[in-house]
Write a protein that binds this ligand. Structure first.
Ligand code: ADP
Ligand code: MG
Length: 251
């Protein structure tokens, strides 16, 4: 459903992705693992559209989206979260979700002169949608609190809810467990699992192997911009080349 074909990304003389091909299928969570600097975030940026590959193609739902910017991919149903939560600390928890559709809000300001009632209805609809999401992750009770006051795990859940406001069919998650207290990782895992049951598909970069084992039906291992192994979690983590890639860079 989301496919990268022969992707190469060069930054000056440095090759961050080297002729890499991946297929992230719908109805499941595809994991992306590998040591720091392997190119995982770069691959996500290429799939989401914020980095244009030097060569290669990205297909989403069979359509070539290589030259489409992130906003247009988002409209097709492709969402992403970032490795580091974006700083919207000045906003309340609820406001964080209401700013999730910048281009529609702008349309709204233009149209407001003519269609105030329609705008009001849309705002009410967005608040209702935000409420439903915040209830699911037990953050509705904190809706009026500044998001800066949330724990690392709650911020990750809020990030994911912000992506969900756009009703994506496919979400790229970059390290959903980063900065999260290990005792709370289970809550994020369960939320992702419930979203998969709702029909949302995921690609996930993750270092927490418990989380990868719990969620991922298919795993790709990267090192130095290349694919080292692919398959089930068990098969990929038992692969000698994968072990070597981690030891070579991380140890
Ligand atoms: P990972 O997410 O697997 O840790 P990244 O995709 O962030 O790896 O980075 C892969 C490599 O590309 C790293 O060596 C990084 O320093 C380099 N890199 C990433 N982004 C840029 C950039 N904008 N300019 C130059 N080098 C970059
Ligand atoms: Mg990264």
């Amino acid at each position: 459903m989301l496919e990268g074909r022969n992707l190469t990304v060069r930054y000056g003389g440095f090759t961050a992705l080297n002729d890499l091909s991946v297929q992230l299928r719908s109805g499941m969570v595809t994991g992306l693992i590998g040591p720091n600097g392997a190119g995982k975030s770069t691959l996500f940026s290429v799939l989401a559209g914020s980095v244009v590959p030097t060569t290669g193609q990205v297909l989403f739902g069979g359509e070539d989206v290589t030259s489409r910017p992130p906003v247009l991919r988002a409209r097709l149903g492709l969402g992403r979260s970032f490795q580091l939560s974006r700083d919207l600390a000045g906003l309340t928890v609820l406001e964080n979700l209401l700013v999730a559709q910048p281009q529609r809000v702008l349309e709204g300001i233009g149209a407001a002169l003519f269609r105030r009632r329609a705008i009001k209805a849309r705002q009410a609809h967005m608040i209702e949608k935000a409420r439903g999401l915040l209830l699911r992750v037990d953050l509705w009770r904190l809706a009026d609190q500044p998001s800066a006051a949330l724990s690392g795990g709650q911020k990750k859940l809020l990030d994911l809810c912000r992506v969900l406001m756009l009703e994506p069919s496919f979400i790229l998650l970059d390290e959903p467990s980063a900065g999260v207290n290990p005792t709370r990782i289970g809550e994020i895992t369960e939320f992702i699992r419930s979203l998969v049951a709702d029909g949302v598909s995921f690609g996930m970069v993750e270092h927490n192997m418990g989380m990868v084992a719990a969620l991922c039906d298919q795993v790709y291992a990267l090192a130095e911009g290349k694919l080292v192994a692919e398959g089930t979690f068990q098969a990929v983590t038992a692969n000698d080349d994968v072990a070597r890639a981690y030891l070579g860079v991380g140890a």
